[in-house]
Design a protein around this ligand. Structure first.
Ligand SMILES: C[S@@+](CC[C@H](N)C(=O)[O-])C[C@H]1O[C@@H](n2cnc3c(N)ncnc32)[C@H](O)[C@@H]1O
Length: 250
C-alpha cells in the first residue's frame, strides 16, 4: 500500500482542484447514471481513497462506509469529511471486507479501484458475502481492451486519431504502473502507482464465479456537450471508450 500512501496528498489535491476533467465530465456522470438513485441505501465504497466518491454518494442521500487499505488515504478522507452519514475504515489489502457483517449492504461501489487490486477473488467473495440478497456491486475501471500499456494513441497525417494495439492477451499478472500529473502542472511533476492489467474475462470471471449476476455492462462515451467543451474527450467518443462500467446483482 506504500504507493497509495505516498500518493495520497497529490491524488487528493488533484481531485479537489477539479483537475481531473475526464472524471468530472465523462467517467463520473456515466457511473452515477448506471447506479441510479442511492437515497436511503447503505453503501460500501471499496477503495474509497480520499473519499471523493464516498462524499458524493452521501450527498445523494446514502449512508456510506468508505474502506481502503491506505492509512494515508483514509487520513485525508477523514480530514475532508464532515458528514455524519459517512464512516471510514482502514482495511486489510488482501481481505478488505473482513470487518463487515454478512448481508449488511445494499450497494458496493468501487470507482477506479480495480486496477489497484492485486487479486479480484477476495473482492468478489467479500462483496457477495456483505451484499443483501438483491444488493448490487458497481465497478468503474479503465477499459481492459482500450486503456492498457499494450496500446498507444497515434495521430494520422490527416490529423485523425488512431489507437494502435501491440498486444492484449498477454496483459496479465505482473503489475505495471500508471503515472498521473500533479496539480503542480507547470513544473511537470507526477506520481506513479502500481497498476494490475487484466483481460476482460479475468475481470469478469471472479465475480461470475461467486454467482453475482451481471446486470449492466456499459462502455460509456463522453456526451456530445462534453466533447464540445473538452476536445480531449473526442477520442473516447470517436475511437474507443476509456472506461468499463459493470454492475452485478446478488
Ligand atoms: C485510483 S484510487 C481511487 C480512489 C477513489 N475510489 C476515487 O475514485 O477517488 C484507488 C484506491 O484503491 C485502493 N486499493 C488498493 N488496493 C486495494 C484493495 N485490495 N482493496 C481495496 N482498495 C484498494 C488504493 O489505496 C486507492 O485509494
Amino acid at each position: 500500500m506504500k504507493d497509495w500512501d505516498a500518493a495520497a496528498m497529490d491524488w487528493s489535491s488533484q481531485l479537489t482542484a477539479g483537475y481531473d476533467r475526464v472524471r468530472e465530465e465523462y467517467n463520473w456522470p456515466a457511473f452515477e447514471a448506471m447506479i441510479g438513485l442511492v437515497t436511503g441505501l447503505e453503501v460500501v465504497d471499496l477503495g474509497c481513497g480520499d473519499g471523493d466518491v464516498t462524499r458524493r454518494l452521501a450527498r445523494s442521500g446514502a449512508t456510506v462506509t468508505g474502506i481502503d487499505p491506505s492509512e494515508q488515504m483514509i487520513a485525508v478522507a477523514r480530514a475532508l469529511t464532515q458528514s455524519g452519514d459517512i464512516h471510514y475504515e482502514v482495511v486489510p489489502q488482501e481481505a478488505p471486507f473482513a470487518g463487515l457483517p454478512n448481508s449488511s449492504t445494499d450497494l458496493v461501489v468501487s470507482f477506479m479501484g480495480v486496477m489497484s487490486m492485486r487479486d479480484l477473488t477476495p473482492i468478489a467473495v467479500g462483496a457477495a458475502r456483505v451484499l443483501r440478497p438483491g444488493g448490487r456491486l458497481a465497478l468503474a475501471l479503465l477499459h481492459p481492451c482500450f486503456s492498457h500499456s499494450g496500446m498507444a494513441w497515434r495521430k494520422n497525417n490527416d490529423g485523425s486519431i488512431l489507437l494502435e494495439l501491440s498486444r492484449y492477451a498477454t496483459v496479465s499478472d505482473v503489475p505495471g504502473s500508471i503515472t498521473f500529473q500533479t496539480t503542480r502542472e507547470n513544473d511537470g511533476s507526477s506520481f506513479a502507482v502500481s497498476r494490475q492489467e487484466r483481460t476482460l474475462s479475468s475481470v469478469l470471471t471472479p465475480f461470475l464465479s461467486e454467482n453475482l449476476h451481471l446486470t449492466s455492462f456499459e462502455e460509456p462515451q463522453p456526451s456530445a456537450e462534453a466533447v464540445e467543451t473538452n476536445r480531449h474527450l473526442r477520442r473516447w467518443r470517436d475511437v474507443a471508450p476509456a472506461f468499463l462500467h459493470l454492475e452485478f446483482k446478488r
